[in-house]
Write a protein that binds this ligand. Structure first.
Ligand SMILES: CC/C=C\C/C=C\C/C=C\C/C=C/C(=O)SCCNC(=O)CCNC(=O)[C@H](O)C(C)(C)COP(=O)(O)OP(=O)(O)OC[C@H]1O[C@@H](n2cnc3c(N)ncnc32)[C@H](O)[C@@H]1OP(=O)(O)O
Ligand SMILES: Cc1cc2nc3c(=O)[nH]c(=O)nc-3n(C[C@H](O)[C@H](O)[C@H](O)COP(=O)(O)OP(=O)(O)OC[C@H]3O[C@@H](n4cnc5c(N)ncnc54)[C@H](O)[C@@H]3O)c2cc1C
Length: 664
């Protein structure tokens, strides 16, 4: 019996045992749905089992008790143990297995290879020519070098056109000269840059004979491969502590006329010939492909973070007893309160929805990558718009859900013993990285406005499938028919808001206002349209995915969860559907939501157990699989370094003299 499946073990809290007994489906079968296949769900369990057999992979102390230096050291220490044992742990060629291994062993705090795997290698795959890949990709995959992705500067992150770092081509020496002309041009934020990486993909403005060709990616060696000392002309270091990711070394980087060979421009798409002739890429934004990749993966990534917080909050809510319902002889599990269910269950539904929606988005990205490698860039604008909206909505809603999960754990949720604040810090980083959320919502807004303009110009037939609904007329809604009717409600809301926002923008522009000013004055309405459009996409992928499930028990509970989702989402956008739904219909939906919360209640713990997050990965006293919270909370507090002695030096030095003095 492993510690991961839904089986009940001796010594488990009777409250959690009772919850698991009431589950109506097999959590292994649900895990197969969550992780895409039974085979991979099984591999995850095997990897967790293998990790548990290597004691050096365990945290050397609860991570919240480590200081920054300790966290950074811990990440590197564990990395070396992982690499010594890698063949025993995973299939090293599998990205997914690697991700599971790192997530479980490292926790949330970050580690030296995070950006190497997530951005550096993908940037080489997408942007390096075949010849360049022979030179660097193998070395990167074998971890002979550690890389990062250095784009953002102290002065500019969103507006890439204003980046200041230059890469000036010198035809005489056939080199690029990298230079940081100002303080604000210092690269600032790249993960693993500060202390770990010795190479970077650096985004800099390509200058040839005084002409600026805009941001391009360059492969740049930062540190000596033997001594790890920064190379002459490079200034590099750590940017200091952050809200989270404190085991990671986000860094700064400056160049003083630093020379690299002409062949170090990543030139799969754009090239500079020896004489300085520039060969244009097939699409102006093709250099942004590493960002598109991460954005495409963010729905699944954020879904997993939300799931992590919910495993903690739901299990804890089943062992936490506080207050009474009808039976006054025993306090109830707080999970039985409708308010607690309303706080947590819609988030469980969203976590599932984000993961399923992520499958579809990753599929679209993988297809785009193949198309682009074959010279077809026609799908780039669609995927850019979709992933811009998606990363914004899922990161924001994940943050909201995790914060509700924290509050659902009362006072103990505020303790680092819950680990929820760490998950929150990591998740909300996603609202900023890979494009600040408002900026990205406006990118989608731009695409939606263009879609409306196509309809206005009689080109509805040319609209892509995801925006075709913008040209439709609304039909009667019968809410007894199930999720597809709710989808129509969402289509109505997104269509209406997109038309209103576009018309506002056009009206302002037609009144003589500049395009930019009109855009700015319509921008809040445009972001609202983008959110509704994205939520519609999430809902439709959720519905489609549930429709494709074969295991009937799993499908049954996912339909119940879908009912929570659609009713909650429609209630949440009530203001946008006032013209469509009567107040009687709104009351009906509200009641359906309350009924669906009750329907899900017996399966709540099994639904979060199905994420199969081991206790090691969970790192939460409140969320432990066995539910034995209280004795472990006391043990956790006793392990605090402050409790090593009864009397602290600070008491002897400052408080005692103060109290003594007051006695006189
Ligand atoms: C597996 C992963 C899971 C989890 C990750 C875990 C950990 C990782 C942690 C952290 C990593 C973080 C990394 C980073 O943050 S890297 C830095 C990221 N930086 C950004 O995202 C910058 C955001 N800014 C931009 O992307 C662009 O500057 C912006 C799109 C906002 C504007 O670009 P620009 O000014 O150049 O263009 P516009 O004039 O606005 O638009 C012109 C035109 O081009 C279209 N466009 C823009 N971008 C793209 C694109 N990527 N693809 C296709 N088309 C694009 C845009 O829509 C316009 O089109 P049109 O309207 O037709 O003219
Ligand atoms: C945890 C973390 C990890 C990161 N890792 C990396 C990395 O590995 N590599 C890397 O290169 N970078 C990295 N970054 C940097 C990140 O990509 C940028 O911080 C991000 O793109 C936002 O840019 P900014 O900081 O310039 O924000 P700003 O653009 O300055 O945003 C400030 C405010 O201005 C608003 N704003 C800006 N432009 C507009 C506009 N046009 N219209 C309306 N409002 C606007 C924004 O909405 C926001 O409210 C990381 C950041 C974080 C937090």
């Amino acid at each position: 019996m492993t510690a991961l499946n839904k089986s009940i073990e001796p010594g488990d809290s009777p409250d959690l045992t009772e919850e698991r007994a009431s589950g109506t489906f097999d959590t292994n079968a649900m895990a197969a749905v969550i992780y895409g296949s039974d085979k991979f769900a099984q591999r995850r369990r095997e990897i967790s089992e293998a990790i548990s057999k290597i004691p050096e992979l365990a945290d050397s102390a609860p991570l919240p008790f480590l200081d920054r230096f300790g966290k950074v050291t811990e990440g590197s220490r564990k990395l070396s143990v992982i690499l010594e044992n890698i063949d025993k742990l995973i299939d090293p060629s599998s990205y997914e297995e690697g991700l599971h291994l790192y997530t479980e062993v490292m926790g949330m705090e970050g580690h030296p290879l995070a950006l190497h795997e997530v951005m550096f290698i993908p940037a080489l795959i997408a942007q390096a020519s075949d010849e360049q890949q022979v030179k660097w990709l193998g070395r990167a995959r074998r971890r002979e070098i550690i890389g990062c992705y250095a784009q953002t500067e102290m002065g500019h992150g969103s507006n890439l056109r204003a980046l200041e770092t230059t890469a000036t081509y010198s035809p005489e020496t056939q080199e690029f000269i990298l230079h940081s002309p100002t303080i604000t041009s210092l690269k600032w934020w790249p993960g693993a840059l500060g202390k770990s990486a010795n190479w970077a993909v650096v985004v800099a403005n390509l200058i040839i004979r005084d002409k600026n060709y805009g941001p391009h990616p360059f492969m740049v060696q930062l540190r000596d491969e033997d001594s790890h000392e920064p190379l002459p002309g490079i200034t590099v270091g750590d940017i200091g502590p952050k809200m989270a990711f404190n085991g990671g070394d986000n860094g700064f980087l400056g160049f003083r006329n630093y020379r690299i060979p002409r062949e170090y421009l990543l030139n799969r798409h754009a090239k500079v010939e020896a004489d300085g002739r520039y060969v244009k890429p097939p699409h102006a934004k093709i250099n942004h492909s590493a960002m598109i990749r991460v954005r495409s993966h963010m729905a699944t990534g954020q879904g997993a973070l939300l799931a992590h917080a919910l495993v903690i909050a739901v299990r804890y809510s089943a062992v936490r007893r506080q207050g009474y319902l009808e039976d006054k002889s025993r306090e109830v599990k707080v999970l039985d309160y409708q308010t607690q269910q309303h706080r947590l269950f819609p988030s469980i539904a969203r976590a599932y929805a984000f993961i399923f929606c992520g499958f579809e988005t990753i599929r679209l990205y993988d297809q785009l990558l193949i198309d682009v490698q074959n010279g077809n860039t026609s799908g780039m604008a669609d995927l850019h718009a979709l992933t811009s909206g998606l990363k914004s909505v899922v990161t924001y809603q994940t943050g909201e859900g995790i914060e509700q999960a924290r509050m659902a754990c009362g006072g103990h949720g505020y303790s680092m013993a819950s680990y929820i604040s760490e998950i929150y810090g990591v998740a909300i980083g996603g609202c900023t990285y890979e494009g600040e959320n408002m900026v990205m919502l406006l990118q989608l807004g731009r695409y939606l406005v263009k879609s409306i303009e196509m309809i206005q110009n009689g080109k509805s037939r040319e609209l892509g499938p995801m925006v075709a609904y913008l040209a439709e007329n609304e039909s009667e809604i019968d809410l007894n028919l199930g999720p597809n009717e709710y989808l129509k409600v969402f289509e109505y809301a997104a269509r209406n808001q997109t038309w209103r926002a576009t018309e506002k923008f056009q009206k302002l522009r037609n009144s003589g206002m500049s395009n930019e000013k009109a855009w700015n004055q319509a921008s809040v309405e445009l972001t609202r349209a983008s959110r509704l459009h994205t939520r519609l996409y999430i809902m439709s992928t959720f519905i489609n995915h549930v429709g494709s499930i074969v295991d009937q028990k799993v499908k049954g509970v996912l339909i119940d969860l879908l009912n929570v989702h659609v009713t909650y989402e429609v209630m949440d956008i009530g203001i946008y559907v006032q013209g469509l739904l009567s107040s009687n219909q709104m009351d009906l939906i509200r009641n359906q939501l309350y009924v669906s919360l009750e329907t899900i209640r017996p399966n709540a713990v099994s639904l979060v157990d199905s994420f199969q997050i081991s206790d090691m990965q969970l790192r939460s006293v409140l969320g432990r699989r066995d539910g034995n919270v209280y004795e472990n909370l006391f043990k956790w507090a006793k392990s605090s370094p402050l409790n090593k002695t009864d009397v602290l030096p600070s008491v002897t030095q400052y408080l005692k003299p103060m109290m003594e003095k007051s006695k006189l």
